[in-house]
Design a protein around this ligand. Sequence first.
Ligand SMILES: CC(C)(COP(=O)(O)OP(=O)(O)OC[C@H]1O[C@@H](n2cnc3c(N)ncnc32)[C@H](O)[C@@H]1OP(=O)(O)O)[C@@H](O)C(=O)NCCC(=O)NCCS
Length: 129
Amino acid sequence: MAHYSQLVMPDHINTVGTLFGGQMVSWMDIAAAKTVFRFLKGSKAWGAVTRAIDKVEFKEPVYAGEWVNFVGEVIATGTTSITVKVDAHVEGNDETSMRLACSATITMVAVIKDKKGNFIKFKHGKQVD
Ligand SMILES: CC(C)(COP(=O)(O)OP(=O)(O)OC[C@H]1O[C@@H](n2cnc3c(N)ncnc32)[C@H](O)[C@@H]1OP(=O)(O)O)[C@@H](O)C(=O)NCCC(=O)NCCS
């Protein structure tokens, strides 16, 4: 599991005054990357790349000045793939407010560099508990 947070700044806002969806997806991808980075420790993978972003749901609008707190958890593994569920919880000024704004399922593939320097998929040998 990994955590990651972002403050929503004015330049993240779309024309209707809420967080731009593409920005949210970018942050979700980073949260998944951090989750997989941690998961692959101890393996010989060079890193991992995003293969698929599925089931993206924007459940609640997000506004400038709010914090977005991401939680990533590995939910499945294959031979080279790692699938991560990412939830984005938004924290506003209200002491009790914490709302689920976005969720997605992101599949990443472990990679190594071949002799030409190209990234190729790699059997990570890891399993989720
Ligand atoms: C990732 C990459 C190296 C894998 O190449 P490949 O040799 O063609 O391998 P595939 O993508 O067919 O399969 C790799 C794994 O992804 C899985 N996969 C393929 N398509 C998928 C999809 N749509 N959803 C979920 N998983 C998928 C396969 O089942 C396989 O998993 P497994 O080994 O655990 O069984 C190549 O697809 C690539 O470079 N993609 C671009 C990555 C990128 O630029 N990402 C954005 C920047 S990080």
